[in-house]
Design a protein around this ligand. Sequence first.
Ligand code: AGP
Length: 578
Amino acid sequence: MCGILGYIGARNGTPIVHEGLKALSYRGYDSWGIAVQDGASIVIQKGVGDITKTPVIQQHSTKVIGHTRWATHGCVTKENAHPHTNKEKTICTVHNGIIENYAELKTELEQKGYTFASQTDTEVIPHLIDFYIKQGQNFEQAFTTMLGRIEGSYAILCAHDKTPGLMFARKGSPLVLGLGKNEHFISSDIPSFLQHTQTIVHLEDGDYGKISDKIEIYNNGKQITRQPTTAPWDIEIAKKGAYPHFMIKEINEQPLTIRKALNQPAELIKQTALLLQSASTVYLVGCGTSYNACATATYQFSKSGRQTIPILASEFIQHTNFIDNKTAIIAVSQSGETADVLDAVKLAKQKGATIIAIVNVPSSTLARTADVVIPMNSGPELSVISTKTCTSQLAILYTLAFALRAKNTETIAEAADASLHLLRQHSQTMPELAKKMVDAKNIFCIGRNAMSQVAREAALKIKEVSYLHAEGMPAGELKHGSIALIEEGMPVIVFADEETRALTISNAMEVKARGAYVIGVDSKPNPAYDFHIQIPDINGLMPLLAIIPIQLLSYYLAVQRGCDPDKPRNLAKSVTVR
Ligand code: AGP
């Protein structure tokens, strides 16, 4: 998953694109590159690693494209960084996605005498365009012919040194236009140009065309228009403010964002609940943190007498025999662009299922595909690590579960308010606990029922941001094998609530007896806990809040271990590859 950005306009686009790529680096930050039209030729700058560490080239240019990379094909080197060009460097391309038939295209081009400078799939694009131009087509024609040859997912920007403007195409990877004053932007995501304009045009799959002093959009060979809208955020929200990292800023936004998630039109919740009541089967589908929110909420739905089946989106295909027009799918995704989720939803729609999307980006592909959209209202989450959007997703899922049994959601709102005290209290205690765990070889996170899913999420947070190995599992499972890993001083984080405390404490005692350092996340202290993380018990909603102190713990573990909490190694914010 990568970020691409293009600029055409009256100003010097070189620093504008360089800055914009920094706002896209959450989509991938292995390497980066920028190409600028400098007089009659194209000048290219590439770098490996953090784009903020390298000043941009000084060429002034009104036609610029840039790219920030999360490696899929080819390792992390300058040669594999985008932009990629033809041999004469007259054609220049940046791309987000995967060209699935690149190997056969590469062989075909090599047989025609083309040589490749990189290991990437993307490099077939400029060579194909070069070939068709040498066959007598102009740049626009050659670009369109190339589109007919490639298969897979892509968002492409392409520049030709002799042709004004940029060509673009979108299929399966996001692409959005920014309409400024005497200037246009085209990008993988809005934050890259948000400081310049909030007027946006979302492109759809199959759209391609040209931006110059005007915008031409085509689909299936016909020129079309797409209506401009206003970006859902302003740049102030998207900035770090007084915080050193987006992750800690977004963790601290949760008292507000949980309330914003709860602030849904009553009719929307009522109609969605009726849909869920009448469905033969309800699947909750997501990936990573979003899946963990689904799995946690399953227990609230059970309390409402509605069985729901949490499914990892990447595993959804094995359930398609059971999907029909009586099935309801609740697809949960912060970005609304996760390929696994989009694939699952596409399969389900083909079978006639009703799609309900809980999503943070109202203009995302998932939002535009679903039958019902429940917006998370969390504002941009710019850390790669999902924190505030996890509790927002849970709050909405709980609201739906409560609606099924006509239960007042005021208790969920009380939990939102309690999170403020929780953040204040544990912002003091978690740095101290992190110091005790900073060199742990293994960490277990355990709980029962909904708390076992919170334990999974806790382990994911710790792993992905501090690179410490953590494993989340049902507490009852520990004795069936994993307990063999318990060693003296090994941290075991135990999540307990009113319903599960008795049995969970006995599991805590089992590991304590073998030398573990037991950290209890619970409303009540207990002799089994060597360290007690106190959380409030608000009407059985402890699973909604229990993850918050562990988000803080993960953040401090990362900082104490010298990791970047906003851009962890190997990760990307929205995984648009399979
Ligand atoms: C969250 O901390 C993770 N980085 C990741 O698991 C994420 O939750 C997952 O990729 C799903 O993303 P989505 O919510 O945008 O679909």
